[in-house]
Design a protein around this ligand. Structure first.
Ligand code: SF4
Length: 644
């Protein structure tokens, strides 16, 4: 990207004022105006204060990897002190982000894998709820579910699965990655083998990424990109699929249901607790504790009508689709707006996308913030957490009881005059999984037939986080509008799913936004045109559905009219998510570019050269409407090549 391109990019960043005028959810607009009037700072103020953003940062051409630096690439200084050029610096920076993404999903996966193992061995008092999942995964893994005497218990199977997942997460001695070998499409495994990118384990690939990006190690941008691909596979098959298997095995599959979403679901009469973060372990215990007759009675004695739970980001979403009654309010970027209602008695945060800025807003009100992970502490928060070695997992129920009790006792401290809740609320259909979707249609072949006949032109997994570089939540809505109008079915999860939940896209009535083909395909089924598959780890459900449909049509994934889109992505996990779909042969589409434009070589690798390697590329189009059009055009091209 030339300096002129960077300046154009920088000038496209919206101001807070533009967000207040253009973000699509009226409740968000009302809340931003309210907090502005109250003088409460939010992420959008801080984004404005950071302007103009550093051009070297945007181009990816600054390096702080050693103390001879920092170095930046300019015409006058085309190499860092060590001799690294722009291509190497951009590639190294990207690879370190990727390693962070593998670690992030992997770390919360580790927590639930350890919980599954502990439950299987009787050290964690949680029944194994995913009976069918455990049996199906055991079959995929080739684990004998009968045993010599035909008496292998569910717990023993779950324990062996947990061991396999933990081994794939942390293997040090090189060997096959068991989850990938058992579950990835054979055509893809062969391709990855030819490219030499089969991973050893998540831990190893992150270790190696940090090693080779260190001073004076890998000076070849292309070799760094090869390791980026290897990390992408570790991300997909350990950090995402492995974690998702552990979650569904321990806590059970999603339950299809309807739930009230957005600010209006927040009730001033109740003891209100927000669940924020990414791990289901403490979140599940809190849902259980909130049903305690003793705590509910105490809440009523203090004048509340009960205890009510709300979902922020992904641990909120996964609790919602498993247990119901956890009302989705906001993604991570909007978390401060929820705190700004003054109606939350307690905010429990586990890990990741818990932005430090939430504490500044919480301090303006009576809200107690509790952190529950040793990896994620916030000054001013109460810390009731699992130990770093998770040796106190068996105390989860007792800790959850204490946390809910704190919320109940805090209810009388709420100042009614400080409470402001925009009334907007809407129902949403949630809990879509591969299993229940295929059951709805009577099997993969019936759904695939809609692709074959062209009633459904393609399927897009529309996900990702949010980014103040574009108008909050608007890019996601705009892309969805284009896709639906062109008869493209939308899957969603994670932070991007919140605007779709809040703006009615997850209701059957939203079919009126769809073209006639998609309407015909879903007519009479009572299904919305956007299928909410859960939290960001549930990209595993989307890729599972894609695989099932490709198999039903007897075609490899890189030929199928499927795509991944994260228009507003911002964090390291988002980089991994997009790459993991590209590794499957599906393009990824974005409005916000990665900081790779300081290197034509790295940029060309991602935007063009991976077509020959993987059958997919990264596509960046700043305008969301045009991005939607580009996705539709590319899916039509795939249909043409398939002869559909
Ligand atoms: S690693 Fe090289 S480019 Fe990076 S800060 Fe050190 S000397 Fe500069």
């Amino acid at each position: 990207m030339t300096m002129q391109e960077i300046n154009t990019h920088r000038k496209s960043f919206p101001t807070k004022q533009q967000v207040m005028e253009q973000t699509p959810d009226p409740a968000v607009r009302a809340m931003l105006a309210h907090l502005e009037a109250q003088g409460v700072e939010t992420l959008f103020d801080r984004f404005d204060a950071q302007k103009p953003q550093c051009g070297y940062g945007l181009a990816g051409t600054c390096c702080r990897h050693c103390n001879m630096g920092p170095c930046r690439i300019t015409e006058k200084s085309p190499r860092g002190v060590c001799g690294a050029d722009a291509d190497v610096i951009v590639a190294r920076n990207l690879l370190r982000w990727m390693a962070a993404g593998v670690s992030a999903h992997g770390a919360r996966g580790r927590e639930v894998m350890l919980a599954l193992k502990a439950a299987a061995e009787g050290r964690f008092s949680r029944p194994i709820a995913g009976v069918e999942k455990v049996r199906a995964v055991a079959r995929s893994f080739g684990i004998d579910d009968k045993g010599e005497e035909g008496n292998v218990t569910l717990e023993q199977l779950a324990g062996r699965i947990a061991d396999r997942l933990l081994e794939d997460l942390s293997r040090t001695v090189p060997g096959p990655h068991g989850t990938l070998a058992a579950m990835a499409p054979p055509e893809r495994i062969e391709r990855w083998r030819e490219l030499g990118i089969l991973p050893i384990s998540a831990y190893h690939e992150v270790f190696e990424a940090l090693h080779r990006t260190g001073t004076g190690t890998d000076g070849d941008w292309r070799n760094l990109m090869t390791h980026l691909l290897r990390c992408g596979l570790a991300f997909a098959w350990s950090s995402v699929v492995g974690s998702a298997i552990a979650m569904d095995s321990l806590y059970g599959p999603p339950v299809r249901q309807r739930i009230a979403a957005n600010f209006g679901a927040l009730k001033a009469e109740s003891v209100n607790i927000a669940i924020h973060g990414h791990s289901p372990v403490m979140a599940s215990a809190i849902v259980q504790a909130a049903e305690s007759p003793e705590l509910v009675a105490r809440a009523r004695a203090l004048g509340a009508d009960g205890i009510r739970l709300y979902g922020i980001c992904c641990s909120g979403l996964s609790s919602m689709y498993r247990y119901g009654a956890v009302h989705p309010l906001s993604n991570a970027v909007g978390a401060e707006l929820i705190l700004g209602t003054g109606a939350l008695d307690l905010w429990v945060a586990d890990m990741q996308d818990v932005l430090p800025g939430i504490m500044n807003v919480a301090e303006c009100f009576h809200t107690i913030v509790v952190t529950t992970s040793d990896s994620c502490r916030l000054p001013g928060a109460v810390h009731i957490a699992f130990a770093a070695d998770h040796g106190n997992l068996d105390q989860a129920d007792e800790m959850a009881h204490r946390i809910v009790a704190m919320a109940v006792e805090n209810f009388p401290r709420r100042q009614a005059a400080n409470v402001f809740i925009p009334e907007t609320s809407i129902d949403a259909e949630i809990g879509f999984s591969v299993e229940n979707i295929l059951a709805d249609f009577g099997g993969a072949a019936a759904l695939a037939e809609h692709l074959q006949t062209g009633r459904i032109r393609g399927i897009v997994n529309l996900v990702g986080c949010n980014n103040p570089k574009v108008v909050y939540e608007k890019a996601i809505k705009d892309v969805a509008d284009v896709l639906l109008s062109k008869d493209i079915l939308v899957l969603t999860n994670g932070c991007a799913s919140f605007p779709l939940l809040k703006l009615g896209y997850c209701l059957p009535e939203a079919l009126e936004k769809a073209g006639p083909g998609l309407q015909a395909a879903l007519a009479g089924k009572g299904l919305p045109p956007v299928w909410h598959m859960g939290e960001c780890l549930d990209n595993a459900r989307a890729s599972g559905l894609f695989r099932a449909l490709a198999d039903a049509l007897g075609r490899p994934l890189p030929q199928m009219p499927f795509a991944f889109a994260s228009p507003e992505w911002s964090n390291e996990k988002g980089l991994g998510a997009a790459l993991s779909f590209r590794l499957m042969g599906l393009n990824s589409y974005h409005c916000v570019p990665a900081p790779v434009f300081g290197s034509d070589k790295v940029r060309r690798f991602l935007e063009e050269e991976t077509e020959a390697l993987l059958g997919s590329v990264m596509v960046v189009v700043a305008d969301p409407g045009q991005l939607g059009e580009r996705i539709a055009t590319d899916l039509e091209e795939r249909r043409n090549q398939l002869g559909l």
